[in-house]
Design a binder for this molecule. Structure first.
Ligand code: EPU
Length: 335
C-alpha cells in the first residue's frame, strides 16, 4: 500500500476533468483497507468516478477502491446468489452474467461505473432498477473499522436514491454487493418503447437476456456519449416530480410533453425534455456543453473545468426555474 502525492484525477473521473489529489492510495484488498482505517479517517472515496463532478483539488486522502472478485454463494435450478467486490466494473459484470445465463441486470447494460457504487444511487434504466436484484450490501464502517451488512430493505432504495446518499453518507465504504439473479424463466422487461422497437427491427419475437442486453447497448450507444470519447457522467439531473395540477397546466401549453404518472397527485417529467425546450440541447460553452442527442447529459469536450460545467448546470437550473417554475435537482455528486 503506497501513498503517492499530487496525482492527477483526470483518468479517474468519467467527466475527464483535471483535478489533483494531494495524497492518493489504491486499495486492492480488504486487509489493506482495514489497516488504512487505523490511521486515516478523513477519506475521499473514489471508485468508477462515473457519478461525480470534481470542481476542486482534493485535500483529503483519495482512496481508490480496487477490490476485484466475483463469487457464486449458492444456486438452485431457478436462481443464483452472487457476491461481487466493489471494484468490479459494472458493465463487465453484466456481460459476465449474460454469458453465464443469469438474468435480471440485462436492462442495465453499458452503465458506466463500478459495482460498489451501483447501490448508492440505485442505478436504473429501461424500466429496471438495480434494487430489484440486490439482496445485501457489505460495508466497512469508517469510524469503527467494522464490517456491516445492509439488507435490501435497510438500503432504503428509492429513485436514484438510497441510505448511502442520506444518513449513511460518508460513514461507510461499500466493499461488496450481493445479487439474486434468475437462471431460467427470466422476468424480461421489454416494455420500454425503445427496447420493443429495437427487438421488432431485428425481428426478435422471443428475446433472450442477450437480445435485451444487445438492444439496450444499441439504444444507449445511439443516444448517450461514450465517456472514453466525450467526458460525461450520464444523466446530470434527476427527472423532477411535480404536482399533477402543475403538470396539467404545463400539458395545456405543451400537449406533446412526455410524462410518467407516479400517483394521482404527482407526475414525473423528463428533465431532458425541459432542458431541450429551453434551447440548451447541443449548445456548447467553451469545452462544456449539453449533449446533442440527450439534453439530460452534460459533456466535457476536452478541457472544461469542473467549475465551468457546474456553472452551465446552474444556468440550466435557473432557466428551467424561470421558464417552468420547476426546480431541477442535480443527480451527480458535486465535489
Ligand atoms: N427527451 C427530450 N429531449 C431530450 C431527452 C429526452 O425531449 O434531449 C424526452 C424523450 O423524447 C422521451 C423522454 O424525454 O420522451 C425520456 O427520455 P429518455 O427515454 O431518454 O429517458 P430519460 O428519462 O431522459 C432516464 C434515466 C437514464 C436512463 C433512461 C432510460 C434519469 C435521470 N435518467 O432518462 O439514466 O438511461 O431513463 O431508462 O432517470 C443515467 O442515470 O445516467 C441515465 C442515463
Amino acid at each position: 500500500m503506497i501513498i503517492s502525492e499530487n496525482i492527477s484525477l483526470k483518468e479517474y473521473n468519467t467527466f475527464g476533468v483535471q483535478c489533483y489529489a494531494k495524497r492518493f492510495v489504491s486499495i486492492t484488498s480488504f486487509y489493506d483497507l482495514q489497516q488504512l482505517l487505523k490511521s486515516e479517517k478523513e477519506l475521499f472515496l473514489l471508485s468508477g468516478g462515473s457519478n461525480m463532478l470534481l470542481t476542486k483539488d482534493i485535500e483529503k486522502l483519495v482512496v481508490f477502491l480496487d477490490f476485484k472478485g466475483i463469487s457464486i454463494d449458492r444456486e438452485n435450478n431457478n436462481s443464483v446468489h452472487i457476491t461481487v467486490n466493489s471494484g468490479e466494473n459494472w458493465h463487465e459484470f453484466v456481460l459476465w452474467c449474460i454469458s453465464q445465463g443469469f438474468g435480471g441486470v440485462e436492462n442495465l447494460s453499458l452503465i458506466p461505473g463500478n459495482v460498489g457504487t451501483c447501490p448508492i444511487q440505485n442505478i436504473g434504466a429501461y424500466g429496471v432498477e438495480v434494487k430489484d436484484t440486490i439482496t445485501k450490501v457489505e460495508a466497512l464502517e469508517i469510524e469503527t473499522g467494522k464490517l456491516l451488512t445492509f439488507s435490501n430493505a435497510e438500503c432504503q432504495f428509492g429513485y436514484r436514491n438510497s441510505i448511502f446518499k442520506n444518513e449513511a453518507k460518508g460513514k461507510y465504504i461499500l466493499t461488496s454487493v450481493s445479487f439474486q439473479l434468475t437462471k431460467n424463466q427470466h422476468q424480461l422487461n421489454t416494455s420500454y418503447g425503445a427496447i420493443e422497437t429495437a427487438l421488432q427491427e431485428n425481428k426478435i419475437t422471443n428475446p433472450t437476456i442477450k437480445d435485451v442486453s444487445d438492444a439496450v447497448i444499441a439504444i444507449r450507444k445511439s443516444k448517450l456519449p461514450d465517456p472514453k470519447e466525450i467526458g460525461n457522467s450520464g444523466s446530470f439531473f434527476k427527472n423532477p416530480l411535480i404536482p399533477t395540477n402543475q403538470f396539467l397546466e404545463l400539458q395545456e401549453k405543451h400537449p406533446a410533453i412526455p410524462y410518467y404518472k407516479i400517483s394521482e397527485t404527482e407526475t414525473k417529467v423528463p428533465a431532458g425534455w425541459l432542458v431541450e425546450q429551453c434551447g440548451f440541447k447541443g449548445k456548447r460553452f467553451g469545452d462544456a456543453g449539453v449533449h446533442k442527442k440527450q439534453a439530460l447529459v452534460l459533456v466535457n469536450y476536452g478541457n472544461a473545468s469542473g467549475k465551468e460545467i457546474y456553472k452551465l448546470a446552474q444556468n440550466i437550473q435557473q432557466t428551467i426555474f424561470d421558464t417552468f417554475k420547476i426546480a431541477l435537482e442535480i443527480e451527480v455528486n458535486i465535489i
